[in-house]
Ligand binder design. Structure first.
Ligand SMILES: Cc1cc2nc3c(=O)[nH]c(=O)nc-3n(C[C@H](O)[C@H](O)[C@H](O)COP(=O)(O)O)c2cc1C
Length: 449
C-alpha cells in the first residue's frame, strides 16, 4: 500500500504518472474519448439513455411518516435535470423498525401516493430538460444491526461481530433476531416491491451491501439455525426474495447492490480470504451473482465494506470524518480496488448489467477513467454518489462534450458523511451551501461546543 495523499493532479499527465508510480495500470484506465459514457444501453425490455448513474445517497430528509420531504424532492429534481441515465433511489426501509433514522424514507400503503407524485415529477422534469427520462430503481433496505428508527440505536442483528458490535450499540445482553423474524421479511420485501411498482418505479434493488441486514446475513457463518453456517443457509433469504419477485412481478426490473468484499476477517466478513482479510476472495460472491442472475436479476451494482469501519474502501476521500483515521493507503488504490472488484464480477456475468463505483474522488477526471473502464468492458454503467450531491449536472455537461468543472466537483471532504452521521439531512456542504452549510454548522459543529 502506498502512502496516503490528497487529490492534487493538475492535469491528465500527473494522474497518469501516479497510476504508473503506484503500478495500477491494470486497474485504472484512461480514455480521452467520452463517447462510451454517452451511448444508450438497450437490452431486452430495458433502456437506459446513457451510461451514467447516480448511486443511492441517503438524505435523511424524509418526513416522519417515511414519505419524501421538501429536501428529498429538491435533490431528486436536481438529479432529474442533471441528465444521468439511471437514478438509483436511496435506501428506503421496508419496515418501520428497520429504519436507520426517523427521517429515512419508508415506503408504505399510506404514503405510496407521495412517492408516485415524486417519481412522476422526476420523469417530467427530466423529459423537459433533456428530452428523455432516467430509469428509476428504488433501493429497498432493512438496516439490521444499524436500525435506529427513532434516532436511538435499536440493533436488529444476526450474530455478534467484534468489529462492529460497539458501533451498532450491541451490548453483552443483546440477543440476535430470531429465525421467525427473518422468515416474515420475505413478504415485507415483496409488499414494498409491489408498492414501488405501483408508485411508478421501473424496478427495485434488494440491497445487500454495507453490512445492513441482507449483507450481514451473507456473512452469518457463526449464526446457529436455518439462516446461518453454510452458503445455502446464508444466501437463502435473498435468493428466495428474488425468486418470489420474479414470479409475482415478472415485468418489474430486479437489481441488487451487493457487497462482494466485506474487508473484515473471516468468520465475520464475507468475500474475504480466510487467512487474510485484506485479500478479496470472490468465490462465494460470484456463485451468488450467478444464482441471482438465473433468477432474473438484471442489474448488479458492486460495492464493498462497511462504511462505518472502512470508509476509505467504500468512498476514497481526502479528509476523514472528524475523529476518523487517515486511510492506510493511497485513495487511488481504493478507487482501483473498487474498479477491479467490479470488473471481476462483470467477467462472470457478461450478459447482465454491472454498475461500478469509486469515481467521485477523481473529481474532474472521473469521466475519463469511467470511459476507460467502459471501453475495456470492466463495467456497463458507472455511478457517482458524492459527486451527484456536489455537481448534479455532471451528466448533462459530459453529454454536451464539456469538460467537468473542477470547481463544481466533489472534493471528497467527508462533510456529507459527517452530516449523515449527525442524523442529517445531508447534501453537499461545499457546493450547495444553502441549506447544507447552515445544517453542518448546527448539527456537526454545534456538537463541538
Ligand atoms: C451521505 C451518503 C449517503 C449514502 N447513502 C447510501 C444509500 O442510501 N445506499 C447505498 O447503497 N449507499 C449509500 N452511500 C454510498 C454511495 O452510494 C457510494 O457507494 C459511495 O459514496 C461511493 O461513491 P462516490 O465515490 O461516488 O461517492 C452513501 C454515501 C454517502 C456519502
Amino acid at each position: 500500500m502506498a502512502e496516503f495523499e490528497k487529490f492534487n493532479f493538475k492535469d491528465k499527465e500527473e494522474l497518469l504518472k501516479k497510476i504508473e508510480e503506484l503500478n495500477l495500470q491494470q486497474s485504472v484506465f484512461w480514455s480521452d474519448d467520452l463517447k462510451a459514457l454517452q451511448k444508450a444501453l438497450v437490452k431486452d425490455r430495458l433502456t437506459i439513455p446513457n451510461r451514467m448513474a447516480i448511486h443511492p445517497m441517503e438524505g435523511l430528509d424524509g418526513r416522519e411518516d417515511g414519505a419524501p420531504g421538501d429536501l428529498t424532492e429538491a435533490r431528486y429534481l436536481s438529479f432529474a435535470r442533471g441528465g444521468a441515465g439511471l437514478i438509483w433511489w436511496e435506501a428506503t426501509s421496508i419496515v418501520p423498525e428497520g429504519k436507520s433514522n426517523k427521517n429515512q424514507l419508508y415506503l408504505n400503503p399510506e404514503n405510496k401516493a407521495e412517492f408516485a407524485r415524486l417519481v412522476a415529477e422526476v420523469n417530467e422534469t427530466a423529459e423537459k430538460a433533456n428530452g428523455y427520462r432516467p430509469l428509476n430503481i428504488l433501493q429497498l433496505n432493512h438496516s439490521g444491526r444499524y436500525s435506529a428508527p427513532a434516532n436511538k440505536k435499536k440493533p436488529l442483528f444476526l450474530f455478534n461481530d467484534p468489529y462492529s458490535d460497539d458501533k451498532a450499540g450491541i451490548s453483552e445482553d443483546s440477543q440476535p433476531v430470531k429465525d421467525n423474524y427473518l422468515e416474515i421479511l420475505k413478504d415485507k420485501y415483496v409488499t414494498a416491491a409491489r408498492l414501488a411498482e405501483e408508485a411508478g418505479f421501473d424496478g427495485v434493488d434488494i440491497k445487500a451491501c454495507h453490512r445492513y441486514l441482507l449483507s450481514e446475513l451473507l456473512a452469518a457463518y457463526t449464526r446457529e439455525g436455518k439462516f446461518g453456517g453454510s452458503y445455502a443457509n446464508r444466501t437463502e433469504l435473498i435468493r428466495s426474495i428474488v425468486a418470489e419477485l420474479k414470479s409475482l412481478l415478472p415485468d418489474f426490473i430486479l437489481a441488487v447492490r451487493l457487497n462482494v468484499y466485506d474487508a473484515i476477517p473471516y468468520p465475520y466478513g464475507w468475500g474475504v480470504d480466510r487467512e487474510n482479510q485484506e485479500i478479496p476472495d470472490l468465490a462465494e460472491p460470484v456463485k451468488l451473482v450467478q444464482a441471482l442472475a438465473e433468477e432474473n436479476v438484471e442489474i448488479f451494482s458492486i460495492t464493498a465494506a462497511d462504511p462505518r469501519i472502512h470508509p476509505h474502501i467504500v468512498r476514497p476521500f481526502n479528509n476523514s470524518i472528524k475523529g476518523g483515521a487517515q486511510p492506510p493507503e493511497h485513495p487511488l488504490e481504493g478507487a482501483a480496488r473498487m474498479f477491479t472488484l467490479t470488473a471481476e464480477i462483470k467477467k462472470e456475468i457478461p450478459d447482465k448489467i454491472v454498475l461500478g463505483a469509486g469515481y467521485s474522488w477523481l473529481n474532474q477526471f472521473f469521466p475519463n477513467v469511467a470511459a476507460g473502464n467502459l471501453e475495456n468492458k470492466r463495467a456497463d454503467l458507472v455511478g457517482v454518489g458524492r459527486m451527484a450531491f456536489a455537481y448534479p449536472d455532471f451528466a448533462r455537461d459530459i453529454l454536451s462534450g464539456e469538460q467537468l468543472r473542477k470547481e463544481q466537483g466533489c472534493i471528497a471532504c467527508s462533510k456529507c458523511s459527517e452530516l449523515l452521521i449527525a442524523g442529517g439531512p445531508t447534501g453537499c456542504v461545499v457546493r450547495k451551501q444553502n441549506p447544507y452549510r447552515e445544517l453542518y454548522q448546527k448539527k456537526v459543529k454545534g456538537k463541538d461546543k
